[in-house]
Design a protein around this ligand. Sequence first.
Ligand SMILES: Cc1cc2nc3c(=O)[nH]c(=O)nc-3n(C[C@H](O)[C@H](O)[C@H](O)COP(=O)(O)OP(=O)(O)OC[C@H]3O[C@@H](n4cnc5c(N)ncnc54)[C@H](O)[C@@H]3O)c2cc1C
Length: 412
Amino acid sequence: MSEPGAEHIEHFDHPEYTEHAGHPERAEHAVIVGAGIAGATAALTLRKEGYQGWITLVGAEAEAPYRRPPLSKDVLRGTMKSERIRLKPDAFWAEQAIELRTGSTATAIDTDASTVTLADGTALGYQKLVLATGSRPRALPQAAGVPGVHYLRSLHSATTLASALASRGPVVVIGGGLVGLEVAASARALGCAVSVLEAADRPMSRILPAWLADPLATLHQDRGVEIHTGVSVARIERHTRSKLSVTAADGRVWPAVVVVAAVGTVPETALAEAAGLPVANGIVVDEYGRTPAPGVFAAGDAASVPDLLHGGRRRGEHWNEAMEQGTAVAKTIVGDPTPYPLLPWSWSDQHGVTIQVCGRPELATEHEVHGDPESRDASVVFRLDGKVAAVVAMNRPTEFRTLRQLALAAQH
Ligand SMILES: Cc1cc2nc3c(=O)[nH]c(=O)nc-3n(C[C@H](O)[C@H](O)[C@H](O)COP(=O)(O)OP(=O)(O)OC[C@H]3O[C@@H](n4cnc5c(N)ncnc54)[C@H](O)[C@@H]3O)c2cc1C
């Protein structure tokens, strides 16, 4: 166990701090592990809220914080350069006296000594620690040991997949969730033949009721994407460098040049678990993002938060939720305890249709439709016990904004 304040621990005397910050009086150090949207938002909100301590944002990826949602959309289609997805200009972080350590992985936490150890051996002492380690794509067992099966999470994986799609060869996407369908739409827009293989009886079954998901599946089919449901993938084989095949348990075979596995995510919790923090499909926190360890918080895809509306716990897998959790944790740190928002919301873009979802439609008992879901131009208000519980919109962003406020107000 490390001694707090030991010689090798970087508390406040790191040369880079004194160089850029010019605040020798800083008394605290907040370390944020994970430079995704949750971690970056926590850092920025700490500064915005007047946090006077040092802030170190540690990110395993080589890039400064960037927006992940465009990866499956504009970045794959080649309509947005990777520089444009950066969250802030490079100089911004230092200007905010936030030390950004990219390409740096936190390997251990000692909650007794209040230190975080990095892969290069540096130990950072902290008074506040935010774990915003995000999630990673769920590994598809059938893809194990098969080179050339793509997963999409990072900018690096997106540029690799974009290069593979340049072959315009047949693409098989395994998984008909939001990311899988967005990849399918982008690959199709590039002129690839695309088949989506979904294990359930319809795509997006976790997110939307059938009567809203079906018109979206039809849209994909109209645009030339083949959707196969009830598919149990038995094996994936690579025959030559650019020739793969996916075989279903019932014997059907799909030849492919590119195979993409998009079968959900799992939270990055190894660091927290090794530190003895409770983990159950995410780092277990209260509604303020606090773990049981003093000064240690978690936010974003990595966190398992209490569902204050419906009971139990939930783990977000969406951009806004991760951002809002980063904000809430930072506010709590500066002494303005702020609970996580009650109603998470997300969006997806597929073949030019924007789908927005707030709350959990699957729990509702009644709904009211405005517009026409069949033509993907609609908003739907879902009620549970007479109270607005969820909202879904297709290509109605303005209406969605208003209805989401209504849904939020209904919870108080
Ligand atoms: C292709 C794609 C498209 C998406 N599209 C949408 C969309 O349209 N709408 C929507 O609402 N959501 C979308 N999402 C989901 C959304 O991007 C995520 O919910 C959000 O990025 C989660 O943010 P986060 O900060 O919690 O985690 P992440 O973005 O996963 O960031 C966590 C960071 O922590 C780093 N890290 C992990 N462990 C360590 C460690 N030990 N040391 C240092 N660093 C570490 C990781 O490398 C990563 O950079 C999409 C996701 C993907 C992958």
